[in-house]
Design a protein around this ligand. Sequence first.
Ligand SMILES: CCCc1ccc(-c2ccc(S(=O)(=O)CCO)cc2)cc1[C@H]1C[C@H]1c1ccccn1
Length: 240
Amino acid sequence: ASQHRLWPEIENVVKSQVNMAKMGIGECGAGWQLFAEDGEMKMYRREEEVDGMVCDPLKAVHVVKGISGHEVCHYFFNPQYRYDWESTLEHMTVLETISEDTLVFLQTHKRIWPASQREGLFWSHIRKLPNEKDRDGPDIWTVVNNSTEYSEHPANNGKCVRIFLTVCLLCQTTVDPPKDGTTLTRDNLSCKITYCSVVNPGGWAPASVLRAVYKREYPKFLKRFTAYVKNQTKNKPIMF
Ligand SMILES: CCCc1ccc(-c2ccc(S(=O)(=O)CCO)cc2)cc1[C@H]1C[C@H]1c1ccccn1
């Protein structure tokens, strides 16, 4: 995989996205507004437009008990689970398996009236990172998705408008060992999830419509996905 044409880009984008995701909302620059809150989940966005198109960066922070960062990234990365949790997905194919930790996806999302239907073509990379704060603590896990070009699938040659996205899911596991030295259970586990995304809708759509879609869809998406991981792992051994 390290000699693949995309490898230099993957290395650069993963490093920069992980550094951004690690920064607290206060360090990420000004202008972040909290737009959704549900228990431990907080969602922030910044209003940004590129050529008159809404490209609001989004940063969500969520703490979920009973699952590990590896499990969250495993179910987010692997294509075989995606239809179970991604409710806006209409079709998904893996265009290329670059390596076992790097895939290229082509996926179409259900049309959201009045915007036209969207599709995304992106590489997706899963990686374990050393826990710098605590050497013998659990590793950090991340999945980065980043749009890329494919000559066999030119943008906007069909009915769908091609979106351009960069997404980073960063997961930090916390283990709170049982006092009485008994075996670790999922009750001693929690995961801090940081989800960052910048999506360029690729073609014009009314700002009010896009912002309403994101305001509705992102909280639903993160809640549905984390509930799915809890349900899938509850009776399985912990994957660290
Ligand atoms: C006009 C643009 C609409 C639009 C742009 C972008 C996305 C989108 C693509 C990918 C990812 S992901 O995190 O990489 C998981 C893999 O699918 C999340 C969101 C979805 C929509 C549509 C379907 C709406 C939506 C928005 C936000 C979250 C979920 N769904």
